[in-house]
Design a protein around this ligand. Sequence first.
Ligand code: SF4
Length: 245
Amino acid sequence: MGTARAKTRTPRVTTADVVAFLSKEYGPVEWKPRNDPMSELVLTILSQHTSDTNSDRAFASLMRTFGTIERVGEASVEDIAAAIRTAGLAKVKAPRIKGVLEKVHREVGSYDLSFIGEMPLEDAKAWLRSLPGIGPKTAAIVLCFSFGMPAMPVDTHIHRVSKRLGLIGPKVSADRAHDILEAKVPPEQVFPFHVYLITHGRRVCKALRPRCGECVLAWGCPSRKLFEASSRSKPTAKSRRPAKR
Ligand code: SF4
């Protein structure tokens, strides 16, 4: 009896399904190194609570003003704040950047963070998170994008879509989601999972009006009925359960 009930249970999307279905939808993704780790760290601090466009502009302005990360390290908090004004929250971000640069220089003797690439993942995370104001998301971004390590950055899109899909519990914070999702995704799939879920969150599983009728994961999403009922959007061929999984 228990077996018969299990067979009729609604299927649930797994992390492997996320990669399999969204890779068909969005095409292959390839990891390429983005910035050197110290620049990535500064850029990620600049990106907190603002758009990529604003943080890219602020980083370009910082480099235009000072020329090198070494010169940024020698600059005053006030001068750094003036250079990064376009990123917003310059009064918070400038001392954070200064504090991180000071601690790195004190501990390493330079701003070369390439040694992190030789560390085990958990040690590398712990080292970065020991820097002032650096949390799990910033540490994961540096490890993922500069070193290609299987660290899972969880941004607002990944946090939201993972909750809706039931991959994490409804009350799990974004900070806790890093470790939970990382443990569920094989190391070689961490980067594609991250990229696909962000893309899906931006294009389909939007914050206010998710397009469940166009979603290739709708067949196994526990939130779908809730959103379809409120929007009255009809299921389409895309959102129906595939014949074979
Ligand atoms: S079915 Fe709707 S809520 Fe679920 S992942 Fe797709 S778009 Fe998001």
